[in-house]
Design a protein around this ligand. Structure first.
Ligand code: ZN
Length: 325
């Protein structure tokens, strides 16, 4: 599932971009909450699950469980996980990036807030695999920067799929867990062994093979020619891209991953360009006002204004050129 992203500018320009509009529900003692509690306990009983929980404890600074033998594990109760999990109509990971500019130094400060959205009303096994998939995304650091002047559609696709905590890693962890719980699968029911069966196609000599997962992600079937013409020369950076029938679809984009990711890149690019244009005009505007009359947080020395203007103009030149007709 694509790790959808949103971000806000601040303080003067708070533009929040959500790539999908979630309808959220509050936590309570719902069936989903209870099931999540069981899923967390099962995770804590597997090796890969414990590793994931430890990383989540660090990433979200969750309180640890003093009663557990392993003190690095987070507590597994509802209150602890309320700060991380949001019930939604589709499972995905959201990262909201906020930029603040220090008006005295011109330094850019960034805040990144990550939340795990889980589809409500799922079966126990689907919730288990969705949580492990999304947590794999959520505990990884950022792999790309929406304001990187060098970011392109193909670079975005590569980092979303191949970087640490990307889609390949998420499937890898899901499948490792499927094999680890396989011993209990008889007791847990058929659905669990079905997941393991789907994962068995990624095995080479009984070991999980990342290359097999990777090759599947680049199969786009009937989308191939449109995507290739959209990417132009950038297609060369994605050598595994193929017209073979797709096996993996993005749940948020409703298309094979590379297709959904290129669309997502275009939306991110539009938002980053709009934010940068606003930034440029607010710096220019603040400079025109007589000294001391600017709004708080938007008063810069001329050296700093020049610095911000220079960086923003470079970004606009590289990332925000008018589309070729
Ligand atoms: Zn995913």
């Amino acid at each position: 599932m694509v790790s959808a992203m949103a971000w806000a500018e601040s303080p003067a320009q708070s533009l929040l971009v959500h790539l999908s509009s979630p309808s959220l529900s509050a936590w309570g003692a719902s069936k989903d909450d209870q099931q999540l509690g069981q899923v967390l306990i099962l995770l804590s009983q597997t090796e890969s699950g414990r590793d994931l929980l430890r990383r989540a404890q660090k990433a979200f600074r969750l309180p640890t469980d003093e009663r557990s033998e392993d003190r690095s594990l987070p507590r597994l109760d509802q209150n602890t996980w309320k700060s991380v999990v949001v019930w939604d109509h589709v499972s995905r990971t959201d990262a909201v990036l906020t930029r603040h500019f220090d008006s005295t130094t011109g330094e850019e400060l960034r805040e990144r807030q990550v939340s795990v959205h889980l589809k409500r009303g799922q079966s126990y096994s689907d919730l288990f695999f969705d949580l492990s998939h999304e947590l794999t995304h959520a505990v990884a650091g950022p792999n790309w920067d929406p304001y990187d002047p060098q970011l392109t559609a193909s670079r975005y696709v590569i980092s979303a799929l191949e970087a640490p905590g990307g889609e390949i890693d998420a499937i890898f962890v899901e499948c490792k867990l499927a094999f680890e719980v396989a011993g209990n699968a008889g007791a847990l029911g058929k659905e669990w062994s079905a997941h393991g069966l789907r994962c068995s196609r990624y095995l080479s000599n009984s070991q999980m093979d990342r290359n097999k997962i990777k090759a599947e992600f680049y199969r786009v079937g009937r989308w191939y020619s449109d995507l290739a013409s959209e990417l132009g020369e950038e297609k060369d950076f994605l050598p595994l891209l193929s017209g073979d029938s797709p096996k993996l679809y993005s749940s948020t984009g409703g298309a094979p991953y590379p297709v959904a990711l290129v669309r997502e890149y275009q939306e991110i690019n539009m938002a980053a360009c709009a934010n940068s244009k606003k930034r440029l005009s607010s710096v220019t505007e603040a400079n025109r006002r007589p000294a001391g009359t600017a709004d708080s947080g938007e008063e810069y020395s001329s050296a700093i204004s020049d610095q911000i203007r220079g960086k923003t103009e470079a970004f606009l030149r590289l990332r925000c050129a008018a589309p070729k007709s």
